[in-house]
Design a protein around this ligand. Structure first.
Ligand code: ADP
Ligand code: MG
Ligand code: ZN
Length: 477
């Protein structure tokens, strides 16, 4: 029998507000353990939370960016459970009335758009972090993360493969980055996700029982977890076994999951309205204002790159997926003077290589859009070769060099003058009579060698197209 995989994701994103959600402690990663804490975020009896307004604004922005309707009047609720990283023994979250609901995002799968429903987006607080220490023979708790603001984005069970889940996660991540509400650093845990998987016979319209997986720490890990779990369920069904709704723990190293617990229900958490906080209310004008404050979002950008700038879908997606890259690209296009295709090539090749190799943001480097446009314009006009462009790029990155000075000092002006190249071609042909004879005798691949020799003789300064043209003229003339 053939099966279909059904996936729904619960994504938690840490918001990059300056302070925590209910107190004035700093919201920052990587600070010394238990230094960013106060009586409120450590749950001391008698303290009272005060909601950080920015958290609501950020979440509403995400709601708009994912086409949700906004509940401008809503409340917060207590979700009760015990764990050592949760000193209050409850998490303030939102139960029946989330801030945002009924939205969708569009993902691209093999050149086609697919809508993934967003059930809800709500705000909540993060818990602390357990540090398991072998030397100490036990666990310690770092409360710095207690009270860090989160949004939870719950999707509809609309994905049908691990690849779709990955595309959805990439899309969410780039939206979060574009609207600048989360750092999106997987390695720092600023985006985390729970993965829900079920399978059903192909053609069936009913859903199977879902299994929720925890401890998925990367997008590629999510794909592995989905594929593993779908297979596990299919094999169980094939053996005639039943699938139970349960929570399992993904172990990425072992590439398998283990049962954590049978699925808990909402009632297990004894949710009730948080009595220490008032109703959330955002005036509709403010809701609207936030909508209008959104920048051009990734999908709109990709479509514009393809439609108006003539980029390929792949290149458009590659540029749009990385914010610093796409900022640079947009600036270059705005300045104008060179083709979008060449800007795209430079941004995806040399600029990306620099960013990957150094781990640095191009915005913190010496390269500006003005300089990049100047290099490309010089190449397009034939004044310098592509190779010289790369030398100049390197000089800018390394030494913040002046472009005109580099061209002059390194003698990078390209020779496009016919008579100068012709003279060079005549000399090279005379020195390579055997290859000339080969070519004329039908071995046409001697052409590449001869053009290469001419380029070498010019120390790379001859215009390659001109060079080839004149070599051919000599050979056939
Ligand atoms: P809980 O708090 O119990 O995890 P949520 O409503 O927060 O419940 O999340 C449920 C998640 O499970 C959603 O992302 C939803 O899309 C997904 N889901 C629901 N039914 C299925 C199913 N049959 N197969 C796969 N995923 C499912
Ligand atoms: Mg859940
Ligand atoms: Zn605090």
């Amino acid at each position: 029998m053939e099966y279909e995989t059904i996936v729904g994701l619960e994504v938690h994103a840490e918001l990059n507000t300056k302070t925590k959600i209910y107190c004035n402690c700093k919201n920052a990663f990587g600070l010394e353990v238990n230094t960013q804490i106060c009586p409120i975020c450590t749950g001391m009896p008698g303290t009272l939370p005060t909601l950080n307004e920015k958290v609501v604004e950020y979440a509403v922005k995400m709601g708009h960016a994912t086409n949700c309707s906004i509940n401008n009047v809503c409340k917060q609720d207590r979700k009760n459970y015990f764990y050592p990283d949760l000193p209050k023994a409850y998490q303030i979250s939102q139960a029946d009335i989330p801030l945002c609901e009924n939205g969708y995002v569009e993902i691209m799968m093999n050149g086609e758009e697919k809508r993934i429903g967003i059930t809800r987006i709500h705000i909540e607080e993060d818990a602390g972090k357990m540090l398991h220490n072998d030397a100490f023979q036990g666990s310690l708790v770092d409360f710095n993360r207690c009270g860090v603001p989160l949004i939870e984005i719950v999707s509809e069970p609309d994905m049908r493969s691990s690849a779709e889940a990955k595309a959805y996660l990439d899309t969410l991540k780039s939206i979060l980055q574009y609207i600048d509400i989360s750092d999106c650093k997987m390695q720092e845990g600023s985006i985390r996700c729970d993965v829900n998987v079920s399978v059903r016979p192909k053609g069936s319209t009913e859903f199977g029982k879902r299994v929720e997986m925890k401890n998925v720490n990367s997008f590629s890990g999510a794909m592995r977890a989905i594929d593993y779990e779908a297979n596990r369920q299919i094999e169980a069904l094939e053996r005639g076994e039943e699938i139970y709704q349960e929570t399992r723990r993904w172990d990425d190293q072992k590439g398998m999951n283990i049962l954590l617990r049978s699925k808990e229900d909402a009632q297990d958490y004894r949710y009730f309205p948080e009595p220490d906080l008032t109703t959330i209310y955002m005036p509709l004008e403010r809701v609207e204002e936030l909508k209008n404050s959104l920048p051009e979002l990734p999908n709109a950008k990709i479509k514009r790159y393809v439609k108006e700038l003539g980029l390929s879908q792949v290149d458009a997606e590659l540029i749009a997926e990385n914010l610093p890259r796409c900022r640079l690209f947009d600036e270059c296009i705005k300045l104008g003077g060179c083709t979008a295709k060449n800007v795209s090539n430079w941004v995806l090749a040399d600029v990306s290589k620099y960013m990957n190799e150094t781990g640095k943001d191009i915005a913190d480097s010496n390269l500006t859009a003005e300089k990049l446009v100047k290099i490309i314009t010089l190449i397009e006009s034939g004044k310098i070769s592509n190779n010289s462009g790369k030398i100049i790029f390197e000089e800018i990155i390394q030494n913040n060099a002046d472009i005109d000075k580099v061209i002059e000092e390194k003698g990078l002006v390209q020779i496009s003058d016919d008579s100068a190249i012709e003279k060079l071609v005549n000399e090279v042909m005379a020195a390579n009579q055997k290859s000339v004879d080969d070519y004329r005798g039908g071995k046409t691949n001697a052409l590449g060698f001869l053009v290469g020799q001419c380029m070498k003789a010019s120390k790379g300064q001859a215009n390659p197209a001109k060079c080839k043209e004149l070599v051919l003229k000599y050979l056939n003339g």
